[in-house]
Design a protein around this ligand. Structure first.
Ligand code: C2O
Ligand code: CU
Length: 461
């Protein structure tokens, strides 16, 4: 080799060593494959099985996953489509799929009130029509505290006729896991995790730790956020940015509102618009800020959720963010008022239990209600911690919180919610139109609370 060539090779090597590290890839949920050519039907195959996944820089994790991915495939649909899911259980234990937030026939809801568990090696076909635009999610309803923690969850985006015009839209599936140094998840449920729900040491966005998100300078950005964590509340903040909240669990809000911090409890979804700063080359850290949900949880420090990089071609003409969407029918306040008292206690053996009207599931007497009527539930939290209350099968509106009527312009009065935070020691009255017969479940969406008692059934007939 000539000296000159050797020198060139050395120079080239030195050059590449100085090049900045390549940018981390943005984690994006992979869309499920529709194998039905008919545009009215979205037909997918879905398999739950053990899988090796890489959450971060450390060793891989033996997870349980839909189609081997965490999150599972993103189901992309439009309103009015029929979704058919041919599901196969290859887990070592029984499972079901619950379609969180979707209004569907009770037999397709995946809860044990309506379906027997799908045994290992068995299949089940879920089929229903998607009636409402919004971001929903799917997860098991058998031992859900364990099965969801291990990675069984996925998002469903249903688009409707009123989608806002934006420059970029991203789905953020938020989770956290407790990873041991060897990459494994703890098997044992300790008392603190039972009390607060399993909280992890690693925050995940679309299944990745230390996620990097890329946004063009000056872009109008839409973040569609779902919190699938067992216990963690995300209190989201992006420095310098005001979120415009344009939607929640069951779709767009008639009257969006602005906020700098957005609290998202397990099970909830929020739809956010915001404007990226116009100058390129900057970045900002999306954090979850301290929030007191009981037992001194508010003393935990702020944590990084993702880094947002402002890169690429700046958006030339900034957009105005929309300030209204179609009205949502206001459900009447009504006389049928079912009290549901949420409590926690320690039993004779010293075990923690979470209660509804002093009983633990399955001993909570089912609520019986006539089909078609608007029903009012009075949810009273008499415990020392917040509980995200979730109702299957129906949207609800929050009539009143803490003894005060939700102000007429209060966004929750005409929002389609299916999960809401009931703060420690507070009360919320909610109304739902029970237009679908069947056995439906309601429970706290801190999955350990649900599994250890805070769950009940609603019989609509
Ligand atoms: Cu997402 Cu019964 O739950
Ligand atoms: Cu709870």
């Amino acid at each position: 080799m000539s000296r000159r060539l050797a020198w060139l090779i050395l120079a080239a090597a030195a050059c590449s060593a100085e090049r900045p590290a390549p940018l981390a890839e943005e984690p994006v949920p992979v869309a499920a494959v529709d194998d039905d050519p008919d545009p009215r039907t979205l037909s997918i195959r879905l398999e739950a099985r053990e899988a090796e996944v890489t959450y971060g820089a450390g060793p891989a994790t033996r997870a349980w996953a839909y189609d081997g991915k965490v999150p599972g495939p993103l189901i992309e649909a439009t309103v009015g489509q029929r979704l058919v899911v041919r599901f196969e259980n290859h887990l070592p234990e029984p499972t079901t799929i619950h379609w969180h937030g979707i209004r569907l026939p009770a037999a397709m809801d995946g809860s044990l009130a309506m379906q027997s568990p799908i045994a290992p090696g068995e299949t089940f076909e879920y089929a229903f029509t998607l009636k409402d635009a919004g971001l929903y999610w799917y997860h098991p309803h058998v031992r859900s505290d364990v099965q969801v923690e291990r990675g069984l969850y996925g998002a469903i985006r249903v688009r409707g006729p009123d989608e806002p015009d934006v420059d970029e839209e991203k789905i953020l599936v938020l989770d956290d896991v407790r990873l041991r140094p060897d990459g494994s998840l703890p098997e044992h449920l300790d008392d603190a995790s039972k009390m607060m729900g399993r909280q992890g040491n690693t925050v995940l966005v679309n299944g990745r730790a230390n996620a990097a998100l890329y946004v063009r300078p000056g872009a109008a950005v839409r973040f569609r956020v779902v919190n699938v964590a067992n216990g963690r509340f995300f209190n989201l903040r992006l420095p310098g940015v005001t979120w415009r909240v344009i939607g929640t669990d069951g779709g767009l809000l008639a009257a969006p509102y602005d906020t700098e911090r957005l609290l998202v409890a397990p099970g909830e979804r929020y739809d956010l618009l915001w404007l990226a700063p116009a100058s390129p080359g900057k970045q900002a850290v999306l954090t979850s800020e301290p929030y007191e949900r009981g037992h001194h949880s508010g003393d935990e420090p702020s944590i990084a959720v993702a880094t947002v990089h402002f890169r690429g071609d700046p958006v030339a003409a900034p957009r105005a963010l929309p300030s209204s969407f179609p009205a949502i029918e206001r459900l009447p306040d009504g006389p049928i008022d079912t009290p549901l008292v949420l409590g926690e206690r320690t039993d004779e053996r010293g075990d923690l239990a979470f209660t509804i009207n002093d009983a633990t599931y399955p001993d909570v007497p089912p609520i019986s209600a006539p089909a078609g009527a608007v029903h009012v539930f009075d949810v009273r939290n008499e415990s020392d911690m917040d509980h995200p209350f979730h109702l299957h099968g129906f949207f609800f509106q929050v009539l009143e919180r803490g003894g005060r009527h939700t102000a007429d312009d209060g966004w929750e009065r005409t929002a389609n919610k299916d999960t809401m935070i009931v703060r420690a020691g507070s009360r919320a009255r909610i109304a739902a139109r029970l237009d679908e017969p069947g056995m439906w479940m309601y429970h706290c969406h801190i999955l350990e609370h649900a599994e250890y008692g805070m769950m009940g059934e609603l019989h609509v007939h």
